[in-house]
Design a protein around this ligand. Structure first.
Ligand SMILES: NC(=O)c1ccc[n+]([C@@H]2O[C@H](COP(=O)([O-])OP(=O)(O)OC[C@H]3O[C@@H](n4cnc5c(N)ncnc54)[C@H](O)[C@@H]3O)[C@@H](O)[C@H]2O)c1
Length: 254
């Protein structure tokens, strides 16, 4: 049985990595998937993958950091039953290696982008009698990770916004949860390794893989399965929580 058949799902950053895997699984489970992404090529590839399996997908090219763009896109979609706040960017560096421009860039996408999507979608969900929200936090929200000053700041904000929204909109039949992956093998990870550790790519990939006690990075499809559960009615009793999906990173790294 399809768990989210005929639901309308908006996935930000659905053109790559975790967002693509979530979009593909939601499409296969019968949802009408709407992707909001900056990257047209990536979004087109996700749409093609969904449609090749008989699913429904529309893409909206836009920037989650720009509130009016997000509002206009959500107005065009109309009904939204599920929001996956997934678009995000990385920055590697401790406080002294986080310039104002770096801090602002991460804030604009990871924090303000998530706020913009929530701001646009919540009224639509209220009008429609409810919905489910999933926010992509990270282990960096709850564990001190080296050289992730701005990124940790942004994911801590996701963790807290999730609680606030879950509390305020419970009365409107809106559930909100977050998930906190450890390293998942996506272009996001390959990109920051290439940018920050040139010439040491293999060594860093191995090091990051082994930082999960389970000995490897997660796969986007594994994150998508948890996302599906939390956004479906199977999780009707679950709101205001964060779910690590981390190969033992938080509790078994000793
Ligand atoms: N990969 C990991 O190890 C990992 C771990 C924990 C949390 N996360 C979080 O999961 C989410 C997805 O990560 P991923 O690894 O799949 O990343 P990714 O880089 O593979 O994909 C991110 C997508 O977001 C889009 N995007 C970026 N900025 C945007 C903007 N301003 N407006 C619209 N779209 C934008 C990109 O074009 C891309 O398609 C992020 O929030 C990330 O912080 C990832």
């Amino acid at each position: 049985m399809s768990k989210i058949k005929d639901k309308v799902a908006l996935v930000t950053g659905g053109g790559s990595g975790i967002g693509r895997a979530i979009s593909e699984l939601f499409g296969a489970e019968g949802a009408h998937v709407h992707i909001l992404d900056l990257n047209a090529e990536g979004a087109e590839a996700t749409k093609a993958a969904i449609e090749s399996k008989g699913g429904k997908c529309d893409i909206h090219i836009g920037n989650v950091s720009i509130q009016q763009e997000v509002i206009d896109i959500v107005a065009k979609i109309g009904r939204v039953d599920i929001l996956v706040n997934n678009a995000g960017i990385a920055h590697v560096g401790d406080l002294e290696h986080c310039a104002e421009a770096d801090f602002d860039r991460v804030y604009q996408v990871n924090v303000k982008g998530a706020y913009n999507a929530l701001y646009a979608v919540i009224p639509a969900m209220k009008a429609n009698g409810g919905g489910a929200i999933l926010n992509l936090a990270s282990i960096a929200a709850v564990v001190g990770i080296s050289d992730r000053f701005a990124y940790s700041m942004s994911k801590g904000a996701i963790f807290a916004m999730n609680l606030s929204v879950a509390r305020d909109y419970m009365a409107y039949n809106i559930r909100s949860n977050s998930i906190s992956p450890a390293r998942v093998h996506t272009p996001f990870v390959d990109g920051f390794i290439a940018k920050n550790y040139p010439g040491q790519e293999e060594e860093m990939f191995d090091k990051l893989s082994k930082s999960q006690p389970i000995g490897r990075m997660g796969q986007p499809a594994e994150i998508a399965k948890l996302a599906l559960f939390l956004c479906s009615d199977d999780a009707a009793f679950i709101t205001g929580n964060d779910y690590p999906i981390d190969g033992g990173f938080i509790k078994l790294n000793n």
